[in-house]
Design a protein around this ligand. Structure first.
Ligand SMILES: [Zn+2]
Length: 81
């Protein structure tokens, strides 16, 4: 796998890591910038919270938010214009 760069620090190459947690092992890359802690695996970018990937919830929340925004846009367009 090619060494990815952090999506917040695009000029930086991430360093390889191996993460073990209940349920499995994940290998990927992590941003070396202190306070960033951005992780990348073949599934994409994610952050760690309390040692656990928070990718799933965040992705889902973003999807719900953008879907809601789209619905609101349609409703407003119908009502307003
Ligand atoms: Zn970074």
């Amino acid at each position: 796998m090619q060494q990815p760069s952090c999506d917040r620090h695009k000029n930086l190459q991430m360093i390889p890591f191996l993460l073990e947690y209940p349920g499995g092992t994940v290998s990927g890359h992590v941003c070396p910038v202190p306070g960033c802690g951005r992780h990348h695996t073949e599934d994409g970018y994610f952050d760690l919270e309390d040692g656990k990937p928070v990718r799933q919830e965040k992705t889902l929340r973003n999807k719900i938010t953008s879907a809601r925004d789209e619905i609101l846009k349609v409703i407003r367009a119908r009502a307003g214009a």
